[in-house]
Ligand binder design. Structure first.
Ligand code: IPD
Ligand code: CA
Ligand code: CA
Length: 264
C-alpha cells in the first residue's frame, strides 16, 4: 500500500500544477444550487485529470467525486476500493484569490477510508496518512496538539451553502468561543482538518460536510491522534454527508461535545 500512497502523492502534485496554472481571478463560477455554491472549469478539469491518473494506478477502484454527477455513494462503493475526491476544496477562496484551496483524495477499502492525501499547492504542502502508519506533512511526522480546549484555537466551517443551518452554526461558534481560545475560518474543510492534525488548532466543527470534504482529512487526523465524530459524538459512517466534530488529543481528554459543554 505504500506504493499506492506514493502514486497518489505524485498524482495530487500534478493536479496542484493545474490549480496553480489557473488565474483564479478569471475562474468564473457556475452556480450549483444552494447559497453561493459554485463550480469553476478548474474543479471539473482537475477532477477529470485525477480520475484518469488514479484509474491507471488502481484500475479496480470506483470513484466518488464532488463534481460531474459522481457525488452519490452507491452500494458498490462499500466493497473493494473507492477513491473519494474533492478536486478543489475551497472553491470560493479560489475564485477570490484567497488561500488556501487544496486537493483532497481519500482511498476507501470496503467502505472505510484508509489512505488520505491533501495537497496545498500554494505552499507545496502535502499532508498524508496510511491507516496504522502515522500522519505526515512533506515526509515529517505530525501529531495533534496536547493543549486543552481553553488554550486551543477552534476552527469553524460555516456550512455556507445551507442557510437553514446558520443559526445552529452561530450558536456553536458562541459556545466554542467561550470555551476555547478564539475562532478561525479558513474556507477549506480539508485544510481545517490538516491544521488540527498538525497541532495548530484543537477543535474543528461544521454542521454538515460532504464525504469528499472530510474523508481524506479523517484518516490524517486519526493518525495524528485526533478523535473524529459527528456533532453528537457518534462515530462516522462514511456513507454520506455528516456533521463533523474533530478534536486534538489534548482536547479529547476533557469535555468538548456541545451538549456536555452546555451542561457544564
Ligand atoms: C467547502 C469548503 C468550506 C466548507 C464547505 C465546503 P468546496 O468545500 O470545505 O470550508 O465550509 O462546507 O463545502 O465547496 O469549496 O469544495
Ligand atoms: Ca469541499
Ligand atoms: Ca470542491
Amino acid at each position: 500500500m505504500h506504493e499506492i500512497l506514493e502514486g497518489i502523492i505524485g498524482i495530487i502534485k500534478e493536479g496542484g500544477k493545474i490549480l496553480l496554472s489557473a488565474s483564479s481571478l478569471h475562474a468564473k463560477g457556475i452556480a450549483k444550487g444552494g447559497h453561493a455554491n459554485f463550480v469553476t472549469e478548474y474543479d471539473s478539469k482537475i477532477q477529470s485529470f485525477l480520475i484518469e491518473k488514479l484509474s491507471i494506478l488502481l484500475p479496480e477502484a470506483n470513484f466518488i467525486g464532488e463534481e460531474n454527477g459522481l457525488s452519490s455513494f452507491m452500494e458498490k462503493d462499500r466493497k473493494g476500493y473507492a477513491f473519494v475526491i474533492d478536486p478543489i476544496d475551497g472553491t470560493n477562496n479560489f475564485m477570490k484569490g484567497y488561500e488556501p484551496s487544496v486537493i483532497s483524495i481519500g482511498l476507501f477499502r470496503d467502505g472505510i477510508p484508509f489512505i488520505g492525501v491533501i495537497y496545498n499547492p500554494f505552499q507545496d504542502q502535502v499532508y498524508y496518512a496510511l491507516r496504522g502508519h502515522g500522519a505526515y506533512l512533506n515526509g515529517i511526522r505530525i501529531h495533534s496538539s496536547l493543549d486543552p480546549l481553553e488554550s486551543s484555537l477552534v476552527s469553524v466551517g460555516t456550512a455556507p451553502y445551507l442557510p437553514e443551518l446558520h443559526p445552529k452554526m452561530f450558536d456553536l461558534c458562541a459556545l466554542y468561543l467561550s470555551h476555547g481560545m478564539d475562532l478561525r475560518r479558513s474556507g477549506s474543510a480539508a485544510m481545517d482538518l490538516c491544521m488540527l492534525a498538525s497541532g495548530k488548532t484543537g477543535l474543528f466543527f461544521e454542521p454538515v460536510l460532504g464525504l469528499w470534504d472530510f474523508a481524506a482529512g479523517a484518516v490524517i487526523c486519526e493518525e495524528a491522534g485526533c478523535i473524529i465524530t459527528d456533532l453528537d459524538g457518534n462515530p462516522l459512517t462514511y456513507d454520506s454527508s455528516s456533521s463533523i466534530l474533530c478534536v486534538s488529543e489534548g482536547v479529547s481528554r476533557g469535555r468538548y461535545l456541545p451538549d456536555d459543554l452546555r451542561k457544564a
